[in-house]
Design a protein around this ligand. Sequence first.
Ligand code: HEC
Length: 202
Amino acid sequence: MTKQVIGLAVGAAMVLAFAAIGVARDKDKEEDKDVVEARKDVLDVLKAVEDGKGDKDLADKADAIKKKDVELNNLMRVFKLKEKGGLGFGEKPDDKSGMEAKIIELSRTERGPAKEKLKKESKDLIKLAQLNIAMAEIGKPHFPGNKGGKTKKDWEKWFDDQKQAAKELIEAVKKEDGKAVAKAAKDLLSTCTDCHADFRKN
Ligand code: HEC
């Protein structure tokens, strides 16, 4: 083989190798893209909740998201730790923080967080509650069909309960009432676990 031919062969091999890496990268990106899109959709509904939009507006947005075939799992991801693709908790969320983790933390004791802590976190806690109001609306159109004797009625009731508990959480935070915060967080958490027990596959 002449030097030129070897050079060509090496060049061609490199082009192929880079092409393969490129394909692998694109595949990763594709998954991320769905998650990023879903997060955008959730944040859009959260903004509507923050702006005081009524249930009808929220339900219309939720229907539009469902029509785009966004997966419920990708939408629910907002609850996970920041490092796992969730929103995280707080104004500048730590990688290890997450909305679900925060709900669990709040529900852990009967007396709930101290007044000082509630004061400090009030804005972030209200955002957490508003996220739950948004998610309750977003989740509703995603009914996957009856499972284990549970029906659409159960599905919708859990989301209604989630919304109710979230509203109670907002009231409790505004009153700086730690005990009521803990109670609302506990109620909130049971809507997650009750629905997941029947409807979540993994
Ligand atoms: C009425 C039903 C229902 C309620 C209420 C509900 N979820 Fe889910 N959630 C689901 C289903 C169904 C899935 C799985 C979707 C799938 O796999 O397609 C899921 C998935 C998840 C996931 C997995 C996301 C991922 O990326 O793997 C998380 C996290 C989650 N939910 C958190 C919560 C939290 C926190 C709450 C309560 C504050 C909650 N969910 C309330 C039905 C519900």
